[in-house]
Design a protein around this ligand. Structure first.
Ligand SMILES: Nc1ncnc2c1ncn2[C@@H]1O[C@H](COP(=O)(O)OP(=O)(O)OP(=O)(O)O)[C@@H](O)[C@H]1O
Ligand SMILES: [Mg+2]
Length: 264
Protein backbone atom coordinates (compact mmCIF):
# COMPACT_ATOMS: atom_id res chain seq x y z
CA UNK A 1 0.00 0.00 0.00
CA UNK A 2 1.25 3.50 -0.85
CA UNK A 3 1.99 5.93 1.93
CA UNK A 4 0.01 8.59 0.06
CA UNK A 5 -2.57 7.51 -2.43
CA UNK A 6 -4.64 10.08 -4.34
CA UNK A 7 -7.38 8.99 -6.65
CA UNK A 8 -9.78 11.15 -8.64
CA UNK A 9 -9.02 14.21 -6.52
CA UNK A 10 -10.97 17.36 -7.31
CA UNK A 11 -10.99 20.69 -5.50
CA UNK A 12 -13.92 23.00 -6.12
CA UNK A 13 -15.33 26.25 -4.85
CA UNK A 14 -18.69 26.05 -3.10
CA UNK A 15 -20.34 27.54 -6.17
CA UNK A 16 -19.05 24.59 -8.16
CA UNK A 17 -15.99 25.96 -9.96
CA UNK A 18 -13.41 23.17 -10.36
CA UNK A 19 -9.89 24.36 -9.50
CA UNK A 20 -8.30 20.90 -9.55
CA UNK A 21 -9.80 17.82 -11.17
CA UNK A 22 -9.11 14.27 -12.23
CA UNK A 23 -5.88 14.01 -10.28
CA UNK A 24 -4.48 10.62 -9.26
CA UNK A 25 -1.02 9.73 -8.04
CA UNK A 26 0.71 7.73 -5.35
CA UNK A 27 3.83 8.13 -3.27
CA UNK A 28 5.23 4.90 -1.84
CA UNK A 29 6.93 4.76 1.55
CA UNK A 30 10.36 6.35 1.06
CA UNK A 31 9.43 7.42 -2.50
CA UNK A 32 9.58 10.85 -4.09
CA UNK A 33 7.24 12.63 -6.47
CA UNK A 34 7.05 16.19 -7.75
CA UNK A 35 4.03 18.17 -8.81
CA UNK A 36 5.18 20.65 -11.41
CA UNK A 37 3.17 23.34 -13.16
CA UNK A 38 2.80 27.03 -13.87
CA UNK A 39 1.44 29.53 -11.36
CA UNK A 40 -2.25 28.83 -10.70
CA UNK A 41 -2.11 25.24 -11.98
CA UNK A 42 -3.39 23.82 -8.68
CA UNK A 43 -0.17 22.64 -7.03
CA UNK A 44 -0.73 24.27 -3.65
CA UNK A 45 -4.41 23.35 -3.53
CA UNK A 46 -3.38 19.74 -4.13
CA UNK A 47 -0.80 19.89 -1.32
CA UNK A 48 -3.43 21.40 1.00
CA UNK A 49 -6.13 18.92 -0.02
CA UNK A 50 -3.98 15.87 0.71
CA UNK A 51 -3.35 17.11 4.25
CA UNK A 52 -6.92 18.30 4.85
CA UNK A 53 -5.81 21.93 5.06
CA UNK A 54 -7.97 23.52 2.34
CA UNK A 55 -9.16 27.02 3.25
CA UNK A 56 -12.84 27.63 4.00
CA UNK A 57 -14.85 27.98 0.82
CA UNK A 58 -13.08 25.13 -0.98
CA UNK A 59 -13.98 21.46 -0.85
CA UNK A 60 -12.24 18.30 -2.02
CA UNK A 61 -13.80 15.18 -3.49
CA UNK A 62 -12.22 11.90 -4.50
CA UNK A 63 -10.06 9.68 -2.35
CA UNK A 64 -6.94 10.62 -0.42
CA UNK A 65 -5.38 7.98 1.81
CA UNK A 66 -2.51 8.96 4.09
CA UNK A 67 -0.99 5.80 5.47
CA UNK A 68 -4.37 4.19 4.94
CA UNK A 69 -6.37 6.94 6.69
CA UNK A 70 -9.00 8.68 4.53
CA UNK A 71 -8.33 12.44 4.60
CA UNK A 72 -11.34 13.77 2.71
CA UNK A 73 -14.23 14.05 5.12
CA UNK A 74 -12.05 13.16 8.12
CA UNK A 75 -12.70 14.80 11.49
CA UNK A 76 -10.26 17.39 12.85
CA UNK A 77 -9.28 14.86 15.49
CA UNK A 78 -8.27 12.28 12.90
CA UNK A 79 -6.41 14.92 10.88
CA UNK A 80 -4.54 16.16 13.98
CA UNK A 81 -3.30 12.64 14.55
CA UNK A 82 -2.16 12.21 10.96
CA UNK A 83 -0.59 15.64 10.50
CA UNK A 84 2.87 15.95 11.93
CA UNK A 85 3.23 12.23 12.52
CA UNK A 86 2.37 10.84 9.08
CA UNK A 87 2.73 13.96 6.94
CA UNK A 88 4.17 17.40 7.57
CA UNK A 89 4.21 20.40 5.27
CA UNK A 90 6.86 23.02 4.52
CA UNK A 91 5.38 26.05 2.77
CA UNK A 92 6.87 28.56 0.35
CA UNK A 93 6.72 31.34 2.90
CA UNK A 94 8.23 30.17 6.21
CA UNK A 95 6.13 32.75 8.08
CA UNK A 96 3.04 30.67 7.20
CA UNK A 97 4.16 28.00 9.66
CA UNK A 98 5.67 30.30 12.28
CA UNK A 99 4.05 32.37 15.01
CA UNK A 100 5.67 35.84 14.92
CA UNK A 101 5.18 36.31 18.66
CA UNK A 102 6.75 33.08 19.87
CA UNK A 103 10.43 32.24 20.22
CA UNK A 104 11.58 29.70 17.63
CA UNK A 105 12.71 27.18 20.24
CA UNK A 106 9.26 27.12 21.78
CA UNK A 107 7.66 26.61 18.38
CA UNK A 108 9.93 23.69 17.57
CA UNK A 109 9.21 22.27 21.03
CA UNK A 110 5.46 22.27 20.47
CA UNK A 111 5.18 19.28 18.06
CA UNK A 112 7.81 17.41 20.08
CA UNK A 113 5.71 17.84 23.19
CA UNK A 114 2.43 17.06 21.52
CA UNK A 115 3.37 14.10 19.39
CA UNK A 116 6.37 12.63 21.16
CA UNK A 117 5.38 13.46 24.73
CA UNK A 118 8.75 15.01 25.56
CA UNK A 119 9.09 17.26 28.62
CA UNK A 120 11.78 19.12 30.58
CA UNK A 121 15.41 18.37 29.86
CA UNK A 122 14.54 15.75 27.22
CA UNK A 123 12.43 18.34 25.39
CA UNK A 124 15.18 20.98 25.57
CA UNK A 125 17.77 18.62 24.18
CA UNK A 126 15.40 17.47 21.39
CA UNK A 127 14.93 21.12 20.37
CA UNK A 128 18.69 21.68 20.22
CA UNK A 129 19.07 18.47 18.23
CA UNK A 130 16.34 19.61 15.81
CA UNK A 131 18.12 22.96 15.33
CA UNK A 132 21.46 21.27 14.84
CA UNK A 133 19.99 18.96 12.24
CA UNK A 134 19.02 21.96 10.07
CA UNK A 135 22.38 23.62 10.75
CA UNK A 136 21.00 26.36 13.00
CA UNK A 137 23.01 27.44 16.06
CA UNK A 138 21.50 26.84 19.51
CA UNK A 139 21.01 30.59 20.10
CA UNK A 140 18.28 30.60 17.42
CA UNK A 141 16.05 28.87 20.00
CA UNK A 142 15.80 32.20 21.88
CA UNK A 143 15.11 34.28 18.75
CA UNK A 144 11.76 35.44 17.42
CA UNK A 145 11.09 34.75 13.71
CA UNK A 146 11.80 38.38 12.67
CA UNK A 147 15.22 38.24 14.35
CA UNK A 148 16.63 35.66 11.91
CA UNK A 149 17.17 35.65 8.13
CA UNK A 150 14.69 34.26 5.60
CA UNK A 151 16.87 31.21 5.03
CA UNK A 152 17.10 30.63 8.78
CA UNK A 153 13.33 31.00 9.14
CA UNK A 154 12.83 28.34 6.48
CA UNK A 155 15.34 26.07 8.25
CA UNK A 156 13.37 26.55 11.47
CA UNK A 157 10.13 25.71 9.64
CA UNK A 158 11.81 22.56 8.28
CA UNK A 159 12.97 21.65 11.79
CA UNK A 160 9.37 21.99 12.99
CA UNK A 161 8.04 19.88 10.14
CA UNK A 162 10.61 17.15 10.78
CA UNK A 163 10.36 17.25 14.58
CA UNK A 164 7.98 14.27 14.72
CA UNK A 165 9.75 12.29 12.02
CA UNK A 166 6.83 12.27 9.59
CA UNK A 167 6.81 9.44 7.08
CA UNK A 168 5.98 11.96 4.35
CA UNK A 169 7.29 15.48 3.89
CA UNK A 170 5.28 17.76 1.63
CA UNK A 171 7.33 20.73 0.46
CA UNK A 172 5.42 23.42 -1.45
CA UNK A 173 7.94 25.65 -3.27
CA UNK A 174 10.16 25.55 -0.18
CA UNK A 175 12.94 27.63 -1.72
CA UNK A 176 11.04 30.04 -3.99
CA UNK A 177 10.85 32.86 -1.44
CA UNK A 178 14.57 32.69 -0.62
CA UNK A 179 17.58 34.50 -2.06
CA UNK A 180 19.16 32.57 -4.89
CA UNK A 181 22.32 31.98 -2.89
CA UNK A 182 20.33 30.44 -0.04
CA UNK A 183 18.00 28.37 -2.26
CA UNK A 184 20.57 25.73 -3.15
CA UNK A 185 21.59 25.26 0.50
CA UNK A 186 18.04 24.78 1.72
CA UNK A 187 17.25 22.41 -1.15
CA UNK A 188 20.36 20.34 -0.40
CA UNK A 189 19.38 20.26 3.27
CA UNK A 190 15.88 18.98 2.47
CA UNK A 191 17.27 16.39 0.10
CA UNK A 192 19.77 15.17 2.70
CA UNK A 193 17.25 15.01 5.57
CA UNK A 194 14.60 13.20 3.53
CA UNK A 195 17.21 10.59 2.57
CA UNK A 196 18.71 10.34 6.07
CA UNK A 197 15.32 9.62 7.68
CA UNK A 198 13.92 7.43 4.90
CA UNK A 199 11.08 9.87 4.44
CA UNK A 200 8.87 10.08 1.40
CA UNK A 201 8.74 13.45 -0.36
CA UNK A 202 5.95 15.19 -2.24
CA UNK A 203 7.69 18.17 -3.78
CA UNK A 204 5.87 21.08 -5.39
CA UNK A 205 7.55 23.48 -7.78
CA UNK A 206 7.14 25.48 -10.97
CA UNK A 207 10.85 25.07 -11.63
CA UNK A 208 12.03 22.07 -13.62
CA UNK A 209 15.66 22.66 -12.68
CA UNK A 210 14.80 22.48 -8.98
CA UNK A 211 12.57 19.43 -9.46
CA UNK A 212 15.32 17.62 -11.35
CA UNK A 213 17.59 17.98 -8.34
CA UNK A 214 15.30 16.20 -5.89
CA UNK A 215 12.91 13.80 -7.62
CA UNK A 216 12.70 11.33 -10.47
CA UNK A 217 8.92 11.02 -10.78
CA UNK A 218 6.74 13.94 -11.80
CA UNK A 219 3.12 14.85 -12.40
CA UNK A 220 2.75 17.87 -14.68
CA UNK A 221 -0.28 20.03 -13.85
CA UNK A 222 -1.84 22.59 -16.12
CA UNK A 223 -5.06 24.44 -15.38
CA UNK A 224 -5.81 22.15 -12.46
CA UNK A 225 -5.50 18.95 -14.51
CA UNK A 226 -2.71 16.42 -14.83
CA UNK A 227 -1.34 16.64 -18.37
CA UNK A 228 1.54 14.21 -18.08
CA UNK A 229 3.16 11.97 -15.51
CA UNK A 230 5.98 9.48 -15.13
CA UNK A 231 9.73 9.42 -14.70
CA UNK A 232 11.16 12.92 -15.22
CA UNK A 233 13.52 11.79 -17.95
CA UNK A 234 10.70 10.16 -19.93
CA UNK A 235 8.52 13.24 -19.60
CA UNK A 236 11.41 15.46 -20.69
CA UNK A 237 12.31 13.23 -23.61
CA UNK A 238 8.69 12.95 -24.81
CA UNK A 239 6.90 16.10 -23.73
CA UNK A 240 3.52 14.95 -24.99
CA UNK A 241 1.48 18.09 -24.55
CA UNK A 242 2.03 21.77 -25.32
CA UNK A 243 2.45 22.85 -21.75
CA UNK A 244 5.10 20.23 -20.97
CA UNK A 245 6.88 21.20 -24.19
CA UNK A 246 7.00 24.82 -23.09
CA UNK A 247 8.33 23.77 -19.68
CA UNK A 248 11.05 21.70 -21.32
CA UNK A 249 11.90 24.52 -23.73
CA UNK A 250 12.36 27.00 -20.90
CA UNK A 251 14.44 24.46 -18.99
CA UNK A 252 16.68 24.03 -22.04
CA UNK A 253 17.22 27.76 -22.06
CA UNK A 254 18.55 27.31 -18.57
CA UNK A 255 20.85 24.65 -19.91
CA UNK A 256 23.98 26.12 -18.42
CA UNK A 257 22.53 25.78 -14.95
CA UNK A 258 21.19 22.30 -15.59
CA UNK A 259 22.51 18.83 -15.77
CA UNK A 260 19.64 16.86 -17.24
CA UNK A 261 21.85 14.53 -19.30
CA UNK A 262 20.37 13.28 -22.57
CA UNK A 263 17.74 15.98 -22.73
CA UNK A 264 19.46 18.80 -24.57
N1 LIG B 1 -9.32 30.08 -1.64
C1 LIG B 1 -9.50 30.11 -2.96
N2 LIG B 1 -10.70 30.45 -3.50
C2 LIG B 1 -10.88 30.47 -4.83
N3 LIG B 1 -9.92 30.17 -5.74
C3 LIG B 1 -8.72 29.83 -5.27
C4 LIG B 1 -8.43 29.78 -3.86
N4 LIG B 1 -7.14 29.40 -3.69
C5 LIG B 1 -6.64 29.24 -4.93
N5 LIG B 1 -7.58 29.49 -5.89
C6 LIG B 1 -7.40 29.37 -7.34
O1 LIG B 1 -7.09 28.01 -7.65
C7 LIG B 1 -6.14 27.92 -8.68
C8 LIG B 1 -4.97 27.06 -8.23
O2 LIG B 1 -4.31 27.70 -7.15
P1 LIG B 1 -2.98 27.13 -6.50
O3 LIG B 1 -2.67 28.02 -5.36
O4 LIG B 1 -3.13 25.69 -6.22
O5 LIG B 1 -1.91 27.33 -7.67
P2 LIG B 1 -0.35 26.98 -7.67
O6 LIG B 1 -0.13 26.01 -8.77
O7 LIG B 1 0.09 26.62 -6.32
O8 LIG B 1 0.29 28.38 -8.11
P3 LIG B 1 1.65 29.11 -7.62
O9 LIG B 1 2.77 28.51 -8.43
O10 LIG B 1 1.43 30.54 -7.98
O11 LIG B 1 1.80 28.89 -6.15
C9 LIG B 1 -5.74 29.35 -9.02
O12 LIG B 1 -6.46 29.73 -10.16
C10 LIG B 1 -6.19 30.15 -7.82
O13 LIG B 1 -6.54 31.45 -8.17
MG1 LIG C 1 1.39 27.49 -4.92
Amino acid sequence: MSLLSVSGLAVSTHDGRALVSGLSFAVPRGGRLSLIGESGSGKSLTALAVTGLLPPGLAATGTVLLDGTPVIGATDRTLDRVRGRVAAVVFQEPSTALDPLMRLGKQIAEPLRRHRGLRGAALRSAVLEALDEVALPARVARAYPHEVSGGQRQRAAIAMALACRPALLIADEPTTALDVTVQADVLALLDRLVAAHDMALLFVSHDLAVVAKVTDEVVVLSGGRPVQSGPLRTVLANPGDDYTRSLVASARRLDAALDLGGVS
